[in-house]
Design a protein around this ligand. Sequence first.
Ligand code: FAD
Length: 387
Amino acid sequence: MVDAPIIIIGAGQCGQKASETLRQLGYDGDLILIGDEPHAPYQRPPLSKAFLKGEMSLERLMLKGPDYFEQSNIDARLSVWVERIDASDKKVLLQGGEAIAYSKLLLATGTRSRRIPVPGTDLQGVHSMRTIADVEAITSELKPDTRIAIIGGGYIGLEVASALRSFKHDVTVIEGMERVLQRVVCPQVSDYFHRLHSANGVAIHVNAVLEAIEGSGRVERIRLRDGQEIGADMVLMAVGAEPVCELAEEAGLTIENGISTDGTCRTSDPDIYAAGDCSSFYSGRYNRHIRLESVQNAIDQGKHAAGAMLGSEEIYDPVPWFWSDQYDTKLQIAGLSQGYDRTEFEGDEAQNAFAVRYLSGDRLLCVDAVNMPRAHMLARRELASQD
Ligand code: FAD
């Protein structure tokens, strides 16, 4: 009897990499990749950078050429939403009613932009930044001198601010915490990016909480908790992302800040795996469950899950790394800074090239490198060599 197919839900960077790796590892059974977006798998990082600026074509955004899936004998089903998993019968149920049996199932359902419950988010001109469709909606509404309020001074909010300033739009960033990038970097790095944006004409409000988006039909202004009103023609909600876990939750899988997996990407159901933005896993390196939202993790964990579905017992515990491009500045991060008790500085901030090392005692946790690619590569090596 022929085994049921391996099914991957989520045709993003992780699902694509897992499907490619299954074929590279010699899996020649049926393989189905299902994604709800109309596009073949594409890279998301350029959405808030070169693609938003019009410097990268749609074609270059795609991870593979148009014939790839057919040539690799991967049944890629796009614009298809998976409604439910029947874990006891090992079937996925598609919107429209079709049921497909699986031998192994990989959930690579990613994250979605987080929403906050303030009045006015349904007005025209309120956007998020996660998909090609989001960028198309934003660019179709941009006119000269559009006033844009970006809610959230994290990576995506700041990257969009930088991209839109290249068209001289009037950009305001609203950050609820004391400083931009507060969750991930130390005060010195936050200050550097705050100054970089101010020097490029972005108005940044910190400790500023959005109370409402106002307008009749379309955005006209935002109102902050302290009563301040700021005129805006467009609002970008950039307040983080949340893992897409509903399918897993309804199937009874353990959820713990994402779909909980063991070191081999296996969920609490032995035939269901999860990888990429949607999955949390135990990291011996950080001695806790972590969930990463990065290309590094989407690719590496996708590969790892493919191996695990074919029987590998290898443990996934990578050195996380990430990057962000704002203006001519490249920030590269190796490791995770949470839990640091001191920092060390190298380089020259005035020359826009420096690195900050985050330590807990003598143990290196993370390095932020600003325009210092060599420091980033050395940090990845150093972190990988720690036990
Ligand atoms: P996703 O890319 O989210 O893909 C999951 C897919 O599954 C989606 O298409 C989703 O619609 C689909 N799906 C979910 N549920 C279902 C269902 N029930 N049925 C069918 N389909 C479903 N990372 C970096 O390292 N550096 C960067 O500079 C960087 N910049 C970024 C900029 C932006 C604007 C964004 C949005 C992300 C950025 N990232 C960056 C993060 C990185 O792109 C993500 O970590 C990565 O794309 C995650 O891949 P994924 O495949 O796990 O999830």
